[in-house]
Design a protein around this ligand. Structure first.
Ligand code: TYD
Ligand code: MG
Length: 475
């Protein structure tokens, strides 16, 4: 006879404890333990009273070589979405679409489901959060009503799987959201880590068996109160993160994990009154709000995945009244900013110790490339010296700790995009001329950061009325 045991599972990280305690041993979070049936964890078999233990079944082991075929894909017909998934949804795979509540996950997925249904595939949208009427209303507003999407408002995983296994198997199943799903096999309340994991597992089994592409929607809660979808990240084939800032209309879809494609591509969307619109040329979007001729802004020619993206980097350097000046950065790595500031101080004589420094990447983009160093440095010095940078220039280059400007990958693609958008010059690292010489732009190569700093400071000198003295320049 098996005895039913009780465990206390952390809702933040999934660590199991024998008794209740205030603080989780695994992640050190407070008040996250919830009592759950212990036999219900991941990999546990259905706990039924008096069931005899099952004898294992023999299965064949296979060599690494053998018949393989490309993962069959199901393009969604939305190029920005397909770019991020790597060419479409893979049959039999499970994808997690994670994002803050209200960012537009349901909107994006109903649009994708409708696009697939219009292409003649059986596409099912199951909402555990909204009533059918609500989903219909939304579809109507997005003018998708004519698409043959099959809708349901359901939360029981067993019911869903039984229904979907009837008749022709669906090609795409959207489950909105995994936090609202529950399975009979587990006794915990819906939304707990164990339920989320158990439900995801059942749906993953369904995907593998049926060959349908299953998309799980997962809300990311910042305070970790409700089980985050993080606990299923390792079980699914791909994790896409849908990001954006409340104040901006732009939404960025990013692959965090992808077993069948690249993870560095981004898809850019704009939230309009008629749903999400795909933005095919993100550079134009990110540069659309530029204020030409104001000091402290520089245009960075970056690469996101395989495509060049131009964006504006804004800096504000202002005298500080605090003992320890503030350093705040949005859209870029704060340790990278510290490094650039240190190099400016140590090698270029730019004194920033008494100044607050704010750096922002316009449009809600998040840059991870070190190639943005030069643009950030240019924006910082421009703000400090009150010297606007030329409006028709783009910047890219990595800064080393010695103050040298180092070459970065894919320079020709960056320059080409800049030229396409009407820029006339580029400030770039010194390097082999050959590949960048026919760019159609005036190239201004800098070997040491200090040279760029003195150039910018010199520009600030001419119209100077109340600009700071002796700052931002040394050599
Ligand atoms: P939604 O897709 O419901 O977000 P999620 O599923 O990620 O929680 O989108 C919610 C927001 O999107 C809501 O605040 C309103 C806005 N929205 C529009 O601006 N236009 C539209 O056409 C739609 C459908 C939503
Ligand atoms: Mg939703």
């Amino acid at each position: 006879m098996s005895r039913r045991t009780i465990a206390f599972i952390c809702q933040n990280c999934g660590t199991s404890h024998n008794r209740w305690q205030g603080k989780c041993d695994g992640c050190a979070e407070w008040n996250t333990l919830v009592e759950e049936g212990a036999a219900a964890g991941i990999g546990a078999r259905p706990a039924g009273p008096g069931k005899p233990p099952r004898k294992g079944r023999l299965f064949a082991l296979e060599p690494l070589t053998g018949e393989t075929h490309d993962a069959p894909r199901l393009p969604s017909g939305m190029p920005e979405l397909d770019r991020v998934t790597g060419g479409g949804f893979v049959r039999g795979s499970v994808l997690l679409m994670a994002g803050d509540p209200g960012i537009g996950k349901s909107t994006l997925l109903i649009q994708a489901t409708a696009a697939l249904a219009r292409a003649g595939h059986r596409a099912v949208y199951i909402s555990g959060e909204e009533a059918v009427a609500q989903v219909r209303l939304r579809a109507e507003r997005l003018s998708l009503s004519d698409a043959a999407v099959e809708l349901a408002a359901e939360t029981s995983v067993e019911d869903i799987i039984t229904t979907l296994s009837e008749g022709k198997l669906p090609r795409l199943v959207v489950i909105d959201s995994i936090q609202t799903m529950w399975t009979d096999l587990i006794e915990s309340a819906p939304g707990t880590v164990t339920q989320v994991r158990g439900s995801a597992q059942a749906l993953i089994r369904f995907a593998k068996r049926s060959g349908a592409a299953v998309i799980l929607v997962g809300h990311v809660t910042k305070d970790g109160q409700i089980a985050g979808p993080r606990v299923v990240e390792h079980m699914v084939d791909a994790v896409l993160s849908f990001e954006g800032e409340g104040s901006h209309q732009f939404r960025i879809l990013r692959a965090v994990k992808n077993r069948f494609g690249p993870t560095d591509e981004i898809g850019v969307f704009e939230m309009t009154g008629l749903g999400l619109r795909e933005v095919t040329n993100p550079s134009e979007l990110f540069l659309s709000e530029r204020h030409l001729g104001s000091p402290g802004t520089a245009v960075f020619a970056g690469i996101e995945g395989t495509r060049p993206v131009l964006c504006e980097i804004q800096a504000l350097v202002a005298p500080s009244s605090l003992g320890t000046p503030r350093r705040a950065v949005v859209g870029w790595d704060s340790s990278r900013l510290s490094m650039v500031l240190a190099v400016l101080e140590a090698h270029c004589g730019v004194k920033l110790g008494g100044h607050d420094v704010y750096l922002n990447v316009a449009g809600g983009l998040r840059i991870v490339e070190p190639a943005a160093d030069l643009a950030a440095a240019a924006a910082l010095v421009s703000s400090l010296a009150n010297a606007p940078l030329p409006a028709d220039a783009v910047y890219f280059g990595e800064i080393s700790l010695s103050g040298a400007v180092r070459p970065v990958a894919q320079a020709p693609a960056r320059l080409k995009e800049a030229q396409k958008l009407g820029f006339a010059r580029a400030v770039i690292p010194e390097g082999p001329r050959g590949e960048t010489s026919d760019a159609g732009l005036t190239l201004n190569s800098v070997g040491m950061l200090v040279n760029l700093v003195s150039d910018i400071a010199a520009r600030g000198e001419k119209p100077r009325r109340n600009a700071p003295k002796n700052q931002g320049e040394d050599g």
